[in-house]
Each structure stands twice: as C-alpha cells, then as structure tokens.
Design a protein around this ligand. Structure first.
Ligand code: IMP
Ligand code: MG
Length: 183
C-alpha cells in the first residue's frame, strides 16, 4: 500500500463504523467499572503498542482511582492486512508486577495470538490479578482460544483503521474507527 496524496488517504477510508462519541461513551463506562473494582492495591495498566496508545490515553483518564501505566510492544502484523502468525516482544515492562492488579489494554483481538502470548508471559510473573480489556474484538477470526475480560465493541471480520489502529502505519490519527477500503 502506498499513500502519495490526501486523495489516496481519504479513498482508503471506506466508512465510519464506530464514531468518536460512541468510543468515548464506552470508555467512560469501562473506566467507571474499573474504578469501582479498586480494592486499594496498585493497578498497572499495560498498553500493547503501538495500536493501543490512543485507547490507553483515553481509558486512563476515565479511571478515577490511583493507577500506573506501562508499555509493551508486540508485533504480529507487518505492512499488509494478514497476520504473520509470529508474535515478537520487542519492548518489555520495567516494573516487577507481583504487587499489582495488571490490566492489559489492547486495541483489537483478532487471531488472539498476540494476547495469548502476552497473558502467558505476564501470568508467569505472578501479578495480584490479570485482566484484559480490548477496544475491539473480532471473534470470527480467532485461531487460539482467547476471551477478553472486557471488550468495548465486537465487530465482524473486516479490516479496520483509526483510533490507534493502522494500515501500513497510516490512519492511527483518525478519531473514529473506519472500515479500510481494500480496493
Ligand atoms: P492477533 O494476534 O491476530 O489477535 O492480532 C493482534 C494485532 O493485530 C492487533 O493488536 C493489531 O495491531 C493487529 N490487527 C488485527 N486486526 C486488525 C485490524 O482490523 N486493523 C488494524 N490492525 C489489526
Ligand atoms: Mg496491537
């Protein structure tokens, strides 16, 4: 895919499927739910870069109890729209997580491979608890048995962009979720 002009960019945005207002409403609810589960022990939000950075930024501001943030980077997609099937951890947490309630913040769960590997890795470090919240879930595409604790939106099997999600590193800056135009 190459984007050489604003026309190319706009042509790739097929239609908006989740508006920025719908996203914000769902995040406020999720933040409230997470805040209400607070038991006085430290919460660590772990964002899986790069796709989840926008969701993480909004979700942490919807949480009204003390929480820390950490980042991990896992790559399973390259320049196209199909999974490589290879999950590679390229950035890891700095914290010892054994005294935290860890909440993994993900942009989208597709085949489930990325999250499956990250959950296994972090469980091995014995956090107080471990939950997964994802903005989007595409259950039709699952290749491993994986269910998030919270999914804000469940979508059919098509490739989406915006609100942190990319295609070839573009479109992360769109404030909504759109279907990508494959033509
Ligand atoms: P999984 O390991 O197949 O579940 O894929 C996880 C990663 O693939 C996500 O964190 C995204 O970065 C990327 N991904 C999966 N589906 C889409 C999509 O529809 N648009 C953009 N990125 C996607
Ligand atoms: Mg991702």
């Amino acid at each position: 895919m190459s984007i050489n002009s604003l026309k190319d960019f706009n042509q790739k945005i097929k239609r908006v499927i989740i508006t920025k207002e719908q996203i914000q409403e769902a995040i406020q609810k999720a933040g409230k739910q997470i805040s209400e589960s607070y038991d006085g022990k430290p919460i660590l939000l772990v964002s899986v870069l790069k796709g989840a950075f926008v969701f993480m930024a909004d979700l942490c501001r919807a949480i009204t109890v003390p929480c820390e943030i950490g980042f991990m980077c896992a790559k399973s997609y390259y320049n196209g729209t199909s999974s490589s099937g290879v999950v590679n951890i390229t950035l890891d947490l700095e914290q010892d997580i054994s005294n935290y309630h860890v909440i993994i913040v993900e942009d989208i769960i597709d085949t489930g491979r990325t999250l499956n590997d990250i959950v296994k890795l972090l469980k091995g470090r014995n956090p107080l608890s471990l939950r997964v919240i994802t903005l989007l879930d595409k259950p039709d595409r699952r290749l491993v048995d994986f269910t998030p604790d919270m999914a804000l939106f469940t979508i059919p099997d098509f490739f989406v962009i915006g609100y942190g999600l990319d295609c070839g590193e573009y479109f992360r800056n769109l404030p909504y979720i759109a279907e990508y135009n494959q033509d």
